[in-house]
Design a protein around this ligand. Structure first.
Ligand code: PAZ
Length: 384
């Protein structure tokens, strides 16, 4: 049973003000309208069919340091969690809107995309000059290909990219708002690694940040006009102790937390699942509970950087914390480790990745909570 049900109240004034300010100051991605059209058609199609639909966010957001971006801050996420989860959601009958960092892993093609699994290594030349899968790989490849084709042919998978933190937030807000017609059958599964800090546009250099004063000498030849002077880039207020041309001081603001706006305003009926990543095992569960308490959504899935492929913890209102874990050895079998109520010691885990994908356990558990959520909301509507 999930006690957090849709709130009647609009987002608090502060959250609404922060939203207005952020979205008017940070321009939308150039393809937003195109993406909105694709997302609307996809959502309407599945909403009419009465199908469950999940928005999976995946991969890391960038933090640009320049408006004409040459350099940016990034994070480690390759999108494995998101791409793998999307496949298991499709298997569970969900339509999947996959909002991912451009060029990060995608459902199905993820099996053949990275340096260790380059698709060329799975192919050989056929007898008549054709290209065919190597005999030992053909079985798995055919299986993956069939699932991929089925998802595409039945219009069950829509893939949309983002790059920067502001692209991500614009896309998330628009898509979440479009999901309203799905009611409680909409699920938001937020696995993207979203930047906590960014450079606001009014403190961002238009052009590539210079590492020498060569361009300064050139610029000084002609006195800048008043409007050019206004555009002079300075990311940090206090006077630097070494020449500006030799340092790069990156002064970042916190990204506003929009989970409250999402829960209360953008998607008031959908079930919302967020992820919490930590590196310190001592604070993981505490931080997951804090997030749940603060944003009043439906499930936080906690994971540690070093053990995220072996275990996660489900923290949801009204339920005891639930560890979902692949026993050591990578096979699904009963063991004492599987029962532990606290994080595993990363040193006790094998070096190689588990054979079993932990998402194959996470998604059925999320779908079960989603079923309960739908029943609760629909029951309330009938009783109203
Ligand atoms: O992409 P990946 O599979 O390597 O990592 C997945 C993850 C750790 C980014 C994800 O499970 C997660 O915790 N996302 C939320 C991160 C956060 O903002 O706390």
């Amino acid at each position: 049973m999930l006690p957090h049900t849709p709130s009647e109240s609009p987002p608090s004034n502060l959250a609404a003000l922060a939203e207005d300010h952020y979205f008017s100051a940070n321009p939308p991605p150039k393809d937003l309208q195109k993406h909105v059209k694709l997302a609307k058609d996809f959502i309407d199609f599945h909403s009419k069919a009465g199908r469950r639909l999940v928005l999976v966010t995946s991969g890391g957001t960038t933090v640009p340091l320049e408006k004409q971006t040459v350099r940016f801050i990034d994070n480690f996420s390759a999108g494995t969690r998101g791409a793998t989860s999307a496949e298991y959601f499709l298997e569970a009958g969900y339509a999947v809107l996959f909002l991912h960092r451009q060029f990060s892993l995608l459902p199905y093609s993820r099996h053949y995309s990275h340096a260790t699994d380059c698709f060329l290594d799975f192919l050989r030349e056929g007898p008549d000059g054709s290209v065919v899968a190597r005999d030992e790989d053909a079985g798995k490849m055919l299986n993956v290909l069939r699932k991929y084709r089925e998802a595409r042919d039945k219009n069950m998978l829509l893939v949309l990219p983002f790059v920067s933190i502001s692209d991500y937030l614009h896309e998330l807000r628009s898509i979440a708002q479009l999901m309203k017609p799905l009611g409680p059958k909409g699920l938001l599964y937020l696995a993207a690694a979203v930047s906590d800090f960014f450079v606001p546009p009014d403190r961002m250099s238009e052009h590539k940040i210079q590492s020498t004063d060569a361009a300064d000498a050139f610029n000084k030849k002609s006195k800048p006009s008043a409007s050019e002077e206004e555009e002079t880039f300075d990311n940090f207020d206090s006077s630097p102790s070494v020449p500006r041309s030799k340092r790069l001081v990156v002064d970042l603001d916190p990204v506003p937390k929009f989970l409250k706006n999402l829960v209360e305003g953008w998607s008031p009926e959908g079930m919302i699942v967020s992820f919490k990543l930590e590196t310190d095992p001592k604070i993981l569960v505490h931080k997951a509970k804090y997030s749940l308490d603060r944003y009043q959504h439906h499930l936080v899935i906690g994971n540690l950087l070093s053990t995220r492929k072996w275990e996660v913890v489900f923290v949801s209102p009204g339920n005891p914390d639930k560890w979902i874990r692949i026993p050591q050895g990578g096979k699904l079998e009963d063991s004492k480790e599987a029962e532990k109520d606290e994080p595993l010691d990363p040193k006790s885990l094998p070096e190689q990745e588990p054979e079993l994908e932990i998402e194959s356990l996470i998604i059925p558990a999320v779908a079960e909570l989603h079923t309960k959520y739908i029943k609760t909301i629909e029951g309330k509507k009938l009783g109203a």
